[in-house]
Design a protein. Structure first.
Length: 342
């Protein structure tokens, strides 16, 4: 079992290493989307031809969560670079599967993009009966990195750190955005399968709904994201219990990393980026990637993302493709372990 977890943690390791490369990929791997000589004017002119009706970013989760927040931060900056409308549409259902299935069934000419959150998208296909194929969606660009799952509890709860979970008796209930379809659920699987903590997942439609349940006392804990945890802890309504990155976060003071309590093999991060429908034409992909490469350099995006607990960590089309494929392969290999958690 421990060997399986080591493999699974490679999702985060791979994402972090690729994010270090940023959009400055080597010339042998870098797609034409990273051509710095392309001017905003030429991007805008091409966008009006290739995307006459604008671009829609689909979000498979509710408003206020990490994926929704990430989409709403990048949309106006991308719109500025493209010179066309970019809107965000929430398509909640199936722990993110509904939006992924919709995108998978779109024609190649569609201007809809999916804000893809890993490893959720891979989990949804492999474990959550998602009727889509991640490796058939068209990689466009990676935007954010360094997110992870964070376990929070109502302020004043007896659950205040990893030790309090380990020493608990009886069943602990924990809200999560979907079962077998989210990184937050995967974190609970680690607590149960590796650390032998009796934690039962309770699915909600979105991390915010689950966190509200924890704050209201309907469940003991909420497995959420850095974005949600940052907001709720800062408000004084919640306290952090443990987070699953290989490191601690400055915006989550006092919250232990799973790595710092001797469980480094369970640490992972959750990169986020955009994918298009299957067989999206290369001219559209290239143009979007060029615009996104410019958008992620906007200081206002970096500042706003940091304030809410996101980190801009651009990945070129090639790097984002590698991350998607590696994550899918890893989840498939670890399917037997993950299937045991219900």
């Amino acid at each position: 079992m421990k060997k399986s977890i080591i493999k699974l943690s490679s999702i985060g390791v791979l994402a972090l290493s690729l994010a270090g490369c940023g959009s400055a990929a080597s010339s042998s791997n870098a797609p034409s989307s990273n051509n710095s000589t392309t001017t905003s004017l030429s991007i805008s002119a091409s966008a009006k031809t290739l995307f006459p009706d604008g671009v829609t970013i689909l979000v498979g989760f509710g408003t206020g969560g990490a994926v929704d927040t990430g989409a709403r931060l990048i949309a106006p900056v991308l719109s500025k670079e493209l010179g066309v409308n970019v809107v965000v549409q929430n398509m909640v259902g199936g722990g993110g599967n509904t939006a992924a299935q919709y995108e998978y069934n779109q024609p190649s000419t569609s201007s809809d993009l999916l804000m893809s959150f890993l490893p959720a998208l891979a989990l949804g296909q492999v474990l959550g009966n998602g009727k889509y194929q991640l490796d058939k969606l068209t990689p466009v660009y990676g935007i954010y990195g360094n997110n992870t799952a964070v376990i929070i509890a109502k302020k004043g709860s007896k659950y205040k750190d990893f030790a309090s979970l380990k020493n608990a008796t009886g069943t602990i209930t924990a809200a999560t955005a979907g079962v077998k379809t989210s990184a937050t659920w995967m974190a609970l699987a680690f607590l149960s399968g590796v650390n032998h903590i009796n934690v039962k997942p309770v699915p909600f439609k979105g991390g915010s709904a689950g966190s509200d349940a924890a704050l209201g006392g309907s469940v003991d804990l909420s497995a959420t994201t850095v974005v949600e945890a940052t907001r709720l802890i800062a408000s004084g309504k919640a306290q952090g219990v443990v987070e699953f990155a290989p490191h601690t976060y400055s915006q989550l003071p006092g919250v232990e990393s799973i790595a710092t309590v001797g469980q480094a093999d369970e640490a992972f991060t959750s990169p986020m980026g955009l994918t298009g429908p299957p067989q999206m034409p290369s001219d559209k992909v290239d143009l979007l990637a060029k615009a996104l490469a410019a958008a992620v350099k906007d200081p206002s995006l970096t500042s706003k993302a940091t304030n809410v607990g996101l980190e801009v960590s651009p990945l070129s089309t090639t790097e984002w493709s590698q991350t998607l494929n590696q994550t899918l392969a890893t989840i498939k290999k670890d399917q037997p372990f993950l299937e045991t958690y219900k």
